[in-house]
Design a protein around this ligand. Structure first.
Ligand SMILES: Cc1ncc(COP(=O)(O)O)c(C=O)c1O
Length: 389
């Protein structure tokens, strides 16, 4: 065995599906092509000024230079509880039902270490944010794929999960508004999930990273709004997309006290909490003027409208999203996700994410992230129109 032979948990990871497109992107860039990157889900808009000011002020205070509390400052957890009550009408005990996270990705990834034993099943959606599956594998668990299909509005078909699988499952992950399909879920679906989880004794993890990025007045619900949800689950929230704070690394988990305690126990052995100045900036975001969210929504809504119209005119099939800054578009006949993404790059200098990169059930789609200005999006659509598809 070589000195730096990787551990089994790394070797079991699937090949990185974006490797080929990354290589192509570099090759096309080297030719001097003006690339329009619609691949990454990272807002191109800066963090609102009042949040930056809160960070600057907090960074000056030596009180904030020391190790923070593992579970988050009391004032941060209080603010989160109040925000959740105001936004979703859910009541949380900030002492036991709220936990600060170094971004929601961190919490989602560590959660499996707290509750999955080797051989346990985790029910994970696909196509999906890859962390759910990988975190299960890292914990020695077995991911059981719940395919998200257009015919079922990109919701998992709980009736299709065999009883023997449900009996071995410890955790189910769901994510609405959804990345990459941009699908949304309503309260009746969440109630069905609660019933299923109670019947089979499964912990529900709801990834709620996109609840504030919704259009046309739609307000996505929290999983915890439905009766009994707090008995079976918890929810992961993020400030990343809501306040254009992806680089700041702050999020929070809310929900069942035992679930929060388990996650907190893992975290306290791995990390040492969120920099207090960042937590204080997070408080500035959650408590401050929320008109920045309305502005963010307006920006993406205008981009969505432009892109949906343009794509449809160019002959593409897609459902206009009610939430998230993603468009989940069917590839034209005769292409795979990968071959079409490659053609867009080669012929139009457009980077999109092939759907199969989010899991095999994503085959036949590509994802566009609306993280470019209206001008750049128009340019992208013009280039698409020039292609003969
Ligand atoms: C569905 C989903 N969950 C979680 C995250 C992670 O967000 P954070 O920046 O809070 O770690 C992302 C980021 O892209 C995401 O798309």
């Amino acid at each position: 065995m070589g000195l730096f032979e990787k551990a089994g948990r790394l070797k079991q990871l699937p090949p990185y599906l974006f490797k080929e497109i990354d290589r192509k992107k570099k090759e096309v860039m080297a030719r001097g092509v003006d690339i329009i990157d619609l691949g990454v889900g990272d807002p191109d808009i800066p963090t609102p000024a009042h949040i930056i000011d809160a960070l600057k002020k907090a960074a000056d205070d030596p009180e904030n230079h020391r190790y923070p509390s593992y579970s988050g400052m009391a004032v941060f957890r209080d603010t989160v509880a109040r925000w959740c009550e105001k936004r979703f009408g859910i009541v949380l005990d900030p002492g036991t039902e709220v936990l600060s996270l170094i971004g929601s990705k961190e919490g989602i990834a560590h959660f499996s270490l707290a509750f999955i034993n080797p051989g346990d099943i985790a029910l994970v959606p696909s196509p999906a944010y890859p962390v759910y599956r990988v975190a299960t594998l890292f914990a020695g668990g077995e991911p059981y794929i719940m395919p998200l299909r257009k015919e079922k509005d990109f919701l998992p078909d709980l009736d299709a999960i065999p009883d023997e699988v449900a009996e071995r499952a410890r955790v189910m992950v769901i994510n609405y508004p959804n990345n990459p399909t941009s699908a949304t879920a309503d309260r009746p679906f969440f109630s069905k999930v609660v019933d299923f989880a109670k019947k089979h004794r499964i912990i529900v993890c709801h990834d709620a990273a996109y609840t504030e990025m919704a259009f046309d007045g739609y307000k996505p619900p929290s999983f915890l709004e439905v009766e009994g949800a707090k008995d079976v689950g918890l929810e992961f929230h993020s400030l990343s997309k809501t306040y254009n704070m992806t680089g700041w690394r702050i999020g929070f988990a809310v929900g069942n006290a035992q679930a929060i305690e388990g996650l907190g126990a893992i975290k306290s052995n791995i990390d040492s909490g969120v920099f207090q100045a960042v937590q204080l900036a997070g408080i500035g975001a959650l408590k401050g003027d929320q008109s920045c969210i309305a502005e963010m929504v307006q920006t993406y809504q205008a981009r969505r409208d432009l892109a949906v119209k343009g794509l449809r005119e160019a002959g593409f099939t897609l459902t206009p999203p009610k939430a998230t800054f993603y468009l989940w578009v069917q590839v034209p006949e005769g292409y795979s996700s990968a071959s079409f993404a490659e053609r867009l790059l080669e012929e139009a200098g457009l980077v999109v994410t092939p759907g199969n990169g989010f899991g095999e059930p994503g085959e036949g789609y590509f994802r566009i992230a609306l993280t470019q200005t209206l001008e750049r999006l128009s340019e992208a659509l013009e280039r698409l129109n020039k292609m003969s598809l």
